[in-house]
Design a binder for this molecule. Structure first.
Ligand code: ADP
Length: 345
């Protein structure tokens, strides 16, 4: 079923604000993707006009081998749906099914300067990690991301903290376009319901959970119960504080942070109190965290397989999503071409 958001809206009803975000199909989704992004997608789908995409073109910048791409695209779709995203309420689509993204990317590339792109932290990180594949797509990643967002004239972008700098660049490019060619785009803002953007730390205490780095320190939505327990129990701890109310070292703070995401307030309070009076037993804390993680992840994992097995259903979802996304893209691109002056008759 295709929903025409504009048609359904009552003339007196306030226009819904537009939301856009994406996840790369570069592996299994993890707790960082869930708490940084998908949890908000699910909350936002009721009140906003939402465009959520599988960012397959972005994945080509770092993963040129496409053998796994189809399976990964299907998995990202299935995992989003298993987390509660409803393809009838939102546009859930693949980036490569919306060709006008590439056109907008081209125009925006002429408004983005080499110097500012080279300064992007993620670009510098990726160059360090993979010095033999520093392609132009990697450099202009923030430009493509801007195109994805402003193609729908989105105001809000639910993302994790790692995307903050990219959002700042998206605002710069959108403003530059507006300044040069006339107001077409709102300024896109990173969004987390007025809370700080989230960074889910990895279990080894170094950096963030991520699809491809240190898989034993990342909790995936597909992890089996025993694997979850094994990973959590391996998280770094020490012999505990010796002074009451001591500050927490980073790796201990991370365990509390993970607990806050999945455990009850009572459980949190108990371990906070134990920490502050120096009676904490990290073995018990990790056991509790592991069980709460199992409770959280298992129902999502169990939903995914049924969705993945229904290839016909996934195809329909992608088609329905592409139709909604293309409709919005056509409207924007007409405005863009006219604003630039690409209209000769
Ligand atoms: P990854 O870094 O795992 O490849 P993506 O780049 O595809 O993930 O990001 C998809 C979404 O998940 C983005 O909104 C990003 O901010 C969010 N995200 C990824 N890792 C984390 C994390 N550890 N904590 C919070 N949000 C995250």
């Amino acid at each position: 079923m295709t929903i025409d958001f504009h048609y359904l809206r009552h003339p007196m009803e306030k226009k819904k604000e537009i939301v856009m975000s994406g996840i790369r199909p570069t592996g299994f989704l993890h707790l960082g993707n869930y708490f940084g992004a998908i949890r908000n997608y699910v909350k936002m789908q009721e009140e906003f006009e939402c465009y959520f995409m599988v960012a397959d073109l972005h994945s080509l910048t770092t993963h040129p081998d496409t053998k796994e791409l189809k399976a990964n695209v299907h998995r990202v779709l299935a995992e989003n749906i298993a987390c509660g995203l409803d393809p009838d309420k939102v546009a859930l689509y693949c980036q490569s099914h919306v060709h006008e993204t590439a056109e907008l990317y081209l125009y925006l590339n002429m408004l983005a300067y080499k110097g500012e792109l080279e300064k992007t932290t993620t670009f510098k990180d990726k160059v360090r990690l993979n010095p033999q594949n520093v392609n132009a797509g990697l450099l202009t990643y923030p430009v493509l991301m801007t195109a994805d967002i402003i193609l729908h004239r989105a105001s809000y972008v639910p993302v994790g903290k790692d995307q903050e700098q990219h959002l700042e660049m998206a605002r710069t490019f959108a403003n530059r376009f507006n300044h040069r060619y006339g107001e077409v785009f709102p300024e896109p803002q990173a969004f987390n319901f007025n809370q700080e953007l989230i960074k889910v730390p990895s279990l080894d205490g170094a950096g963030k959970m991520s699809k491809s780095e240190n898989q034993m320190a990342t909790l995936y939505l597909a992890d089996e119960d025993e694997m979850i327990r094994k990973k959590v129990m391996k998280a770094k701890t020490d012999s505990g504080p010796t002074e009451p109310d001591s500050p927490k070292p980073d790796y201990i703070e991370n365990i509390f942070l993970l607990m806050k995401l999945v455990s009850s307030a009572d459980v949190m309070q108990k371990f906070e109190a134990d920490y502050n009076n120096c009676s904490i037993r990290y073995g018990d804390m990790k056991k509790q965290l592991a069980e709460d993680m199992v409770q959280f992840i298992a129902p999502i994992r169990n939903n995914v397989d049924a969705i993945l097995n229904d290839e016909k259903g996934l195809k329909q979802i992608m088609e329905q999503g592409a139709e909604k996304a293309n409709k919005s893209a056509h409207t924007t691109m007409k405005l863009v071409r006219e604003a630039i002056g690409l209209k000769y008759y």
